[in-house]
Write a protein that binds this ligand. Sequence first.
Ligand code: TXA
Ligand code: MG
Length: 316
Amino acid sequence: MLTADAAGIAQAAALLDQGALIAFPTETVYGLGADARNGAAVARIFAAKDRPQFNPLIVHVADANAAQIYAEWSDMADRLAAAFWPGPLTLVLPLRAGSGLSPLVSAGQPSVALRAPDHPVGAALLAAFGGPIAAPSANPSGRISPTQAAHVLAGLDGRIAGIVDGGACPVGVESTIVGLGDMPTLLRPGGLPAEAVEAALGMPLAAPVSGAPLTAPGQLASHYAPRAGVRLNAQRAQAGEVLVGFGPDVVGDTTLSASGDLTEAAARLFEVLHALDASGVTGIAVAPIPDHGLGRAINDRLRRAAAPRGAPSSGQ
Ligand code: TXA
Ligand code: MG
């Protein structure tokens, strides 16, 4: 465990420089970072996570200037970065020739996913390292994303060089991913409400077309899965289930937000799932969550947690 002070961050940056894997906090979830220009280091990410295939990774950068080293920039990219970076928005853009990124980062595709995280520790690590950091969520493939250093340790202990402990992640769900191809497309709902992106662009976001090149390949059925079965839109628990409430109407054994606040619910989602998983419950029933704003990201993650297991998944 590395401390989130200057000494710990300098150590983490030195380890990244050597090609090692470092988990670090962002405002969304903990990322498992590697030098995005070092193919061996990036390959270690896939090995540590047991990621069954080479899904492309998000590259973390300090700001829009750094992003333009790696991607073909555009007016829309400029508008969104100006409005929302640093923050929980990932932009998928055409990869720039001679970017210097390992091709593994993009899984050989001609695009790259970029984001500037809004977290003092993530930002300090990017500044100390001085280069692009490829980082998926710091969980074993197919499991729940980590929102605390202890979650990372529980999943990846012994497989990574260090974890910078920056406390709990304030947003708690992964970034919103927007593809900027011919049409701006919502590739993954996340910590920035899609409505805010649409307002900034002055147009609706398209839904991803399956099979099209600009899809988020990691967005397949069973992800974010706790060991327990998950049942959605529950008003009460059935035998053997623990009820996770939302709002005043469905109180539950525990709650995502007693007042029905979606921001609080997003921040607590993975923490609640991790805690229930660790307690060994066999069934998790979850109250209905409104499907707007951050509720879209919450419902997306819950649907994946509830999806049938067993089918091969390209879990993140
Ligand atoms: O909040 C987040 O986004 C966190 C933190 C650590 O930044 N990261 C994260 O990474 O959630 P990961 O690997 O768990 O999910 C990345 C998603 C995957 O669904 C992947 O398919 C998609 O981003 N993605 C990455 N590069 C892409 C590309 N070039 N084109 C389309 N989708 C891409
Ligand atoms: Mg992930």
